[in-house]
Design a protein around this ligand. Sequence first.
Ligand SMILES: Cc1cc2nc3c(=O)[nH]c(=O)nc-3n(C[C@H](O)[C@H](O)[C@H](O)COP(=O)(O)OP(=O)(O)OC[C@H]3O[C@@H](n4cnc5c(N)ncnc54)[C@H](O)[C@@H]3O)c2cc1C
Length: 276
Amino acid sequence: MGDYLRPRDLDEALKALTRPCMVLAGGTDFYPARVGRLVTEDIVDIAGISALRGISDTPNGWRLGATTTWSELVEADLPPLFNGLQQAGREVGGRQIQNAGTLVGNLCNASPAADGVPALLALDAEVEIASLAGRRRLALAAFVTGVRKTALHPGELVTAIYVPRPRHAAHAGFLKLGARRYLVISIAMASAVLEVADGKVAAARIAVGACSPVARRLPALEAALMDRPFDKSLSEHVEATHIAPLSPIDDVRGSAAYRSEAVLTLLRRLLSGLAP
Ligand SMILES: Cc1cc2nc3c(=O)[nH]c(=O)nc-3n(C[C@H](O)[C@H](O)[C@H](O)COP(=O)(O)OP(=O)(O)OC[C@H]3O[C@@H](n4cnc5c(N)ncnc54)[C@H](O)[C@@H]3O)c2cc1C
């Protein structure tokens, strides 16, 4: 057995991380990856650090502390901008998983099927990282670098996620396709944030997960939606060429061809669901 540390403040955690250690938050990815074998790594459990808890509304946007659980997110009083992320939260496992699992754990685990990543990409989120050397911020798209890979260096910890305030009224959504409706790993999922001014799309951010090693934004679709009237006809602008950044694979959950077809349907449903 390795050592188990449960620091009460961030400094203590960062000092502990100067030697090789695993960070533990809710443990809902950590422990299932170690079933049937002894945990030999030293562990720094960050769940007791109060400075990492909670969601705050700041002048520039929102700060979601690193130990914010899915349940805390889902129950938080947040503007419609967060509808997509909150919907993703409702579909992460069941209530027990949502009570323990954190958004940041979902990002740091860097699974291609992590439901939080597309929703946070559509929110243009940034990740705050701390080590004893200081703090840095990274766009989420630069943070998750591959399957189970992040831009974290040894000794670093994610302390928060930042979501910038949109310029216009925002409408957001999330749709997930699995082999059944709930308690399922995604075959594909999509999330969108549309900012609307004078009845037209003034900004569009759309991301798809489980169809590439890392969830991807779809810039050509975002461009195709710009200045369009914010109504049900938005879904008619989704074209097969828009999903070119994706590289779906065949696996036990679905074939690449099925995923490509399913994503187009998800995107059309997502857009028509957002519009009045
Ligand atoms: C039954 C079940 C169902 C699930 N269903 C879903 C689902 O539907 N959708 C989905 O996306 N996921 C699902 N998951 C996976 C998991 O619940 C989520 O990914 C969850 O958000 C992970 O958060 P956690 O706090 O438990 O992470 P942990 O298990 O504590 O950590 C995960 C990884 O992130 C690292 N880490 C955590 N926090 C930090 C930090 N602050 N800084 C640096 N590194 C950190 C850890 O070292 C570890 O490598 C499911 C899991 C189970 C067991």
